[in-house]
Design a protein around this ligand. Structure first.
Ligand code: FRU
Length: 536
């Protein structure tokens, strides 16, 4: 009892000290923000995305704890409210009814004496297995990593452990569980990012956890007591960096009754085009072990790693929980940045945006299983297209849009054109300042590419534009259908129905205003092209 009291007073003193420093920092920060606004708010105008989520102020990284409940999509995120670089992590919170318009809420979880609040997930405990419910509505439970900075400084290896918090008001307010941590550290330095899913068949909760170079799975009946099930991945996939932010979930294969389990696994560095990126695996889960599908294993043997997104700016993405059965979709969002340069990109008021919300689709064809990503239906519902143009044959560059036809900082373009096996096809998104973002199809490499070397500000990091990024296409079919999503500082490319996706950011000196397509052999046969604007 005395011990509890002493702890309480120590915590209280720490809280008071923290509060006074935080409010001083808060004042300084306000002044800094004010100063920026007075400078003309240039970056707000130029760089604040039109339709990608950004926090109003300061630093954001991974999406966390996403769940859907009663018409609202909740998005939590790694957040440092006191500076525009990474720091003691909180969970920020935003809510959307349509996955396009986001309303930023109060901070959901604050660091405390157990540590910073690192990445994790949230589930709606429909059966009240945790016992946290109050009998009226199902409780929402968040499962996250505590990262103890003191332990880290002391060079211990056990400074990351898993904990839970619950909400009885649909995610508005949270109470941390007094029995935390629920999963202590077993002696593994990188031991984090719990993503929990309900395994209906076995009536158990399953946690996927990143442990340096593997994914560990744990099972629980009540979200409070966890036991080790198995590990996966030691010699599989990409291992150029630390594994982070896994996500294991079942998916129905499109057009069949078959269910497969998908494991998404981010890693940093070591991705397809350098730095942070996300790979995936397809297999089966028997309640204990995740085993790779043999077809998928063949693909993996050929390619070494299979990427969810080949671009440099889609990291730590995971899926929403509690999507209603009648809906049945698997919805995903990622952090649209890369640890190679995230902390130095040229915005000051806030740093980082999320990708658009995407739907994941599992397909099987003669080449095996494939996890595709497409924009969430709600996003596409906000696009207002101009009349489509069809069957154009053009010698020389084709002007898709200029300042009169479209706002290219807020555009969705669908284009389908014939591809000759010897020619390259290059889109140029440019402005009168001379910035050019190039992207398109490189036939020799059988790949999409994005080249941001001359796209505007790049000098803030040597790693930002040191090379061209490529995204391997599966089939070269003589025709390319491309969906291009442009915001002020990002491009999201979807080819082969979402089988090859590339997401990258860029920082032009003034808005991009022209978009053209050129074939290296000067022959373009465009089957259709439609330019749309996103309306919110
Ligand atoms: C991934 C990550 C996670 C960790 C969080 C800390 O970007 O490193 O592994 O939980 O960010 O902010």
């Amino acid at each position: 009892m005395n011990q509890i009291k002493t702890n309480f007073f120590i915590r209280l003193t720490i809280m008071i000290l923290l509060f006074s420093t935080v409010s001083n920092c808060g004042d300084e920060k306000k002044e800094k923000t004010q100063e920026l606004a007075e400078k003309g708010g240039g970056e707000e105008q130029l760089y604040r995305p039109n339709f990608h989520f950004t926090p109003k102020n300061n630093w954001m990284n991974d999406p966390n704890g996403m769940f859907y409940l009663d018409g609202a999509y909740h998005l939590f995120f790694q957040y440092y409210p006191d500076d525009n670089v990474w720091g003691p992590m909180h969970w920020g919170h935003a809510v959307s009814k349509d996955l396009v318009n986001w309303d930023e809420k109060e901070i959901a979880l604050f660091p405390d004496s157990l540590g910073y609040i690192f990445s994790g997930s949230a589930v709606v405990d429909q059966l009240n297995t945790s016992g946290f419910g109050n009998g009226t509505i199902p409780p929402v439970i968040s499962i996250f990593t505590y990262h103890d900075p003191k332990g880290e400084q002391e060079d211990r290896i056990d400074f990351q452990y898993q904990a839970i918090a619950f909400s009885n008001d649909k995610g508005e307010s949270w109470t941390k569980y007094e029995g935390n941590p629920v999963l202590p550290n077993p002696g593994i330095k990188d031991f984090r990012d719990p993503k929990v899913v309900w395994d209906a068949r076995r009536q158990q909760w399953v946690m996927a956890l990143a442990t340096y170079s593997e994914t560990y799975f744990y099972g629980s009946k009540d979200l409070k007591s966890w036991s080790f099930l198995s590990s996966f991945g030691k010699d599989l996939g990409a291992h150029g960096g630390v594994w982070e932010c896994p996500d294991l979930f079942p998916m129905r294969v499109t057009g069949s009754e078959e269910t497969k389990w998908v494991l998404i696994q981010s890693l940093n560095p070591g991705s397809a085009n350098g730095g942070s990126g996300t790979q995936y695996f397809i297999g089966d889960f028997d309640g204990k072990t995740f085993s790779l599908d043999p077809d998928f294993k063949n693909q993996l043997d050929q390619h070494k790693a299979i990427w969810l997104d080949f671009g440099r700016d889609n990291y730590a993405g995971v899926t929403w929980s509690n999507i209603p059965k009648e809906d049945g979709r698997t919805l995903f969002i990622g952090w649209m940045s890369n640890w190679d340069y995230a902390q130095v990109v040229p915005t000051e008021t806030w740093r980082s945006a999320m990708t658009i919300a995407r739907e994941l689709i599992l397909e099987k064809d003669s080449l095996g299983y494939k996890l595709k990503s497409i924009p969430a239906r709600e996003f596409m519902d906000h696009v207002n297209y101009k009349p489509e143009q069809r069957n154009l044959e053009i010698d020389g560059p084709f002007k898709i849009a200029g300042p009169v036809e479209a706002n290219l900082s807020n555009a969705v373009i669908e284009i389908s054109f014939k591809t000759d096996t010897k020619a390259n096809y290059t889109f140029e998104l440019s402005n009168d300042f001379g910035n050019i973002l190039k992207f398109g199809l490189d036939n020799q490499k059988q790949s999409l590419f994005i080249d941001r070397q001359n796209s505007g500000k790049t000098e803030f990091s040597q790693k930002f534009a040191s090379s061209i990024s490529y995204g391997q296409l599966r089939k070269m079919e003589g025709e390319l259908e491309l969906l291009i999503i442009l915001d002020k500082t990002s491009i999201e490319l979807f080819a082969e129905g979402g089988g090859t996706v590339m997401t990258e950011i860029f920082f032009p000196d003034e808005p991009m205003t022209h978009l053209t397509l050129t074939a290296s052999d000067n022959t373009l046969v465009i089957k259709s092209v439609a330019v749309g604007q996103l309306e919110r």
